[in-house]
Structure formats: C-alpha cells, structure tokens
Design a protein. Structure first.
Length: 290
C-alpha cells in the first residue's frame, strides 16, 4: 500500500529530491514548500475525492479507502513535493515539519472555498540534528474555522501503543513497490509496531507489507479503540521511510509520535499561544471524533 519515504502510508502521490541518511529516506525540508518561495502549500479535501473504478485496489497490503470516512484529511500535490495533513480542530491543521517552512502559509481548499493559515514547525526539528528528526511536527493556524463532520483526535496516552500493536497507516503515495506511480487515490492499511519512542527519539517504528512512500509525509497513523473500529485516535505524523542496502524503499516506516513529552509540550504550547482548540490536547474541545 504505502512505501516508506518521508511519510507514506497508503499510496502516495509524487516525489522529488530525496535525502539518504542512515538507512532512512526523508523528503528534504525544501521539497514541498521552499522557504525562499512565497507560494503556500495547498491542501485538498480527501472527502471530496471520487474513487476511480479502475484504480489499483491493493499494494503491499494497502487498500483503497472510502474518502467519506476521512473528512478531516487533506492532501497536497505540487510540482516539487506532496504531503498529507489532518484537521485536529476547527482552526488546527497538523502535518509534518518537513512539509512546510517556518511561518509558511497553508491553504485548505474545501467546498469551493479557500481557507488560509500560517504554519509553525517544531523548533526542535529546525535544529537540524539527526536526533531531532523524530520531532517532525508542524501545526498550522487557520485564519477562520474549517468545518468538517468530525475532527481527528490526537492520542495523548503513550501506553496505548506497544510492540505488535496494529496501527492503520494512511496516505497518498505510491502504487509501485519501488516508489512512484501515484494514481491520486487515498489508501489505508495495517502495520504492526516494531519499535517505540525511547530517550530523545520520538519515533514509532512499523515494519510490514504496508509501509510509507513518497507523498505520505504529514499524514497520520491511527489506533482503533474499540472492536467495531468506530473510535480512533491519531497517534503520529508520517515522517520517514526505511531503505534497504541498495537504497530502495523497505518495509520500515518511521512515525513521529504525538504522545511523547516533547510532542505534548509542542502541541499544548501551540494551542495555548494561539487560543484554539486541539482535539485530544485541549480540554473541552468540541466535535472531536472520540
């Protein structure tokens, strides 16, 4: 379904220059929205997509998602990079730090209307140290509320995730095992957790037939809280993809956890500074998925 690249999960869209490091493939911070360009990153509503009859149904374990099940998910598709994002509150858009420049603009296009916001990546990520790559979070403050049926809820309880916990990966990336071949369809698929955050690392690691790929960056991995799979929380932001000894995408995905102390500190400080509700972070937030 998704390959593992800067964040992928289902099937991703396009991809551009990449940075190879220590067996991980990550989209350059200058890939999607170079700080030198005033052009905002534009996100489109996944819920407004139409599933194409001839679309590939599965890829490495992934399957086509029903767009209507993902009202708070959005995707970008630009010449120099692609990313995914999630609304976690009326004015709170969550994505990967490497998807947006500091204080860069983001636009959500939904229902024929444009909503503009300003993005703030984690300060830790911009330190540039390899140890901070796992702090791959950014929050975008929308100037006006964006209405959806339900906002996704951020997981604040790290004990919910253990080795072998099954997470649902989501994304827009690749239809080819080697990367690329996006067909503009949103995909989802399950992968088991093989590594947990430790020390200064915020990474949740998954490894399986479903893995991240180009274009999945910024999207979410989700944990269902009930057998009927009606209640879910977003546990991470898609960050990086694993590579094998030949530099090709592997089955390993690295997800920046949202429940570590560093993540919770960033999220709470951002919500407090901007005076906005963030589901799972701000007490009393309304219209949250669970």
């Amino acid at each position: 379904m998704f390959k593992s690249l800067a964040v992928s999960v289902g099937v991703l869209i396009v991809l551009i220059a990449l940075t190879w490091t220590a067996g991980l493939l990550t989209l350059s911070k200058a890939q999607v929205a170079p700080a030198s360009k005033p052009v905002p990153v534009t996100f489109h509503s996944v819920a407004e997509l139409t599933r194409q009859p001839g679309a590939q149904v599965t890829l490495r374990g992934a399957r086509l998602a029903n767009p209507k099940d993902w009202p708070a998910s959005f995707y970008s598709a630009v010449p120099d990079g692609s990313c995914t994002s999630t609304l976690v509150g009326p004015r709170a858009l969550l994505t990967a730090a490497h998807c947006v420049p500091d204080k860069g603009a983001a636009v959500i296009r939904k229902g024929g209307r444009n909503y503009t916001g300003t993005c703030s990546p984690s300060d830790l990520y911009h330190q540039g140290d390899r140890e901070t790559w796992s702090t791959d979070w950014a929050m975008c403050l929308m100037e006006s509320p964006v209405t959806v049926s339900q906002y996704e809820t951020i997981n604040s309880d790290p004990t919910r995730i253990q080795i072998n916990t099954e997470l649902l990966l989501t994304g827009f990336g690749c239809t080819k095992a080697s990367g690329g071949g996006s067909d503009g369809q949103y995909r989802i698929g399950e992968a088991p957790v093989t590594g947990l955050p430790t020390g200064t690392s915020n990474d949740i690691v998954t490894e399986g037939d479903v893995s991240l790929c180009f274009g999945d960056s910024g999207g979410g991995a989700f944990l269902f809280l009930d057998p009927g799979k009606t209640k879910r929380v977003q546990v991470s932001v898609n960050s990086r993809a694993g590579t094998d000894e030949n530099g090709k995408l592997s089955k390993m995905s690295k997800l920046s956890s949202l429940s570590t102390p560093q993540a919770q500190s960033f999220l709470k400080a951002w919500a407090s500074k901007n005076g906005v509700d963030v589901c799972g972070v701000t007490p009393g937030a309304n219209n949250c998925r669970f």
